[in-house]
Design a protein around this ligand. Structure first.
Ligand SMILES: Nc1nc2c(c(=O)[nH]1)N[C@H]1C(S)=C(S)[C@@H](COP(=O)(O)O)O[C@H]1N2
Ligand SMILES: [Mo]
Length: 283
């Protein structure tokens, strides 16, 4: 874990504590750093929280020097995840799939951007930054793409998970049909990532919820634009008429009720990243 170094000890402000209390704080910090170094990559984020909790929990964590307003053990984990994100989300790494007997009852969570007076009959998916003429796509056009189905786990960052059967179109098929411009000006080629915009941004029709995905993650075979869940048409609380399912990432990225899809080279705004969560949100 070369991303972690000891530099943060150098400018640590001296807390208003007695000498011995200060010494034990420094010892605890050193021990946390040592344990964090030993963690496997994928368990890093949550283990950092757990180790911090082991030394007195949230109070301990909140007393650490804040970097970007986030206590450093968490910040360090977030930066490390960021640095590792590209190899974690390559297209060959598949999220586990499950037997149909493992499907859980639906559970709705999060209603940002799902206002009640939405008129689904008027819905179209707006595309921004595409190379062709197409600027909006109907649900019928999305259903005309090859249908994909998968049974995967929706993992919420709050600590619960549900196995869901997802039905929809691969985002990669959508991108191939309504492609972004390439840097070289040549035809779209999903294999030539360096020639494509770096990101896809997705937002609800009202713009209240929004996520950003790296192009690699968008082209992942398990990233689906879904119109059905557990064999039934998507319900409003689950994001009708169209939502994302991206099981290589936490549920925060599975945006419900997509209104706009944007191809861009600038990292798109992301609702939960703006609130301190890891931008890539892999697990
Ligand atoms: N538009 C929108 N999409 C969203 C959210 C939200 O608040 N608004 N919450 C996210 C979170 S945190 C999770 S865990 C999943 C939950 O999906 P579900 O309600 O279908 O179980 O939706 C994600 N997509
Ligand atoms: Mo979530």
């Amino acid at each position: 874990m070369s991303e972690i170094n000891g530099n943060d000890q150098v400018d640590m402000p001296v807390p208003q504590e007695t000498k011995s209390a200060l010494q034990s704080t420094v010892d605890a910090d050193a021990e946390v750093e040592r344990q964090m170094r030993q963690l496997s990559r994928r368990s890093f984020l949550w283990s950092a929280v757990a180790i911090g909790a082991g030394y007195g929990g949230v109070r301990w964590l909140n007393s650490r020097r804040a970097e970007d307003g986030i206590p450093w053990p968490l910040r360090r984990a977030l930066q490390t995840n960021e640095a590792l994100a590209r190899d974690l989300f390559d297209r060959s790494r598949l999220a586990p799939t499950f037997a149909a007997t493992r499907i859980d009852p639906l559970r709705a969570n999060g209603d940002i951007g799902l206002d009640a007076d939405f008129d689904a009959s008027q819905w179209q998916l707006n595309i921004e930054g595409a190379s062709g003429e197409t600027q909006s796509v109907t649900l019928a056009q999305i259903k005309a793409l090859p249908q994909a189905e998968m049974i995967t786990e929706l993992k919420c960052i709050e600590g619960w998970a549900a196995v869901v059967r997802w039905t929809g179109a691969r985002l990669s098929d959508f991108i191939a049909k309504y492609p972004p411009p390439t840097n070289s000006g040549k035809a779209f080629d999903a294999q030539n990532l360096a020639d494509l915009p770096g990101y896809v941004g997705l937002a609800t029709p009202d713009g209240a919820y929004y996520v950003g995905l790296e192009m690699e993650a968008s082209l992942h075979p398990q990233t689906l634009l879904c119109y059905a869940m557990n064999g039934q048409a998507l319900r409003p609380e689950h994001g009708a008429p169209l939502r994302l399912a991206i099981p290589v990432k936490y549920g925060i990225k599975s945006i419900k009720r997509i209104g706009t899809l944007t191809y861009t080279n600038m990292r798109p705004a992301d609702y939960w990243a703006e609130r301190g969560y890891d931008y890539h949100a892999g697990h």
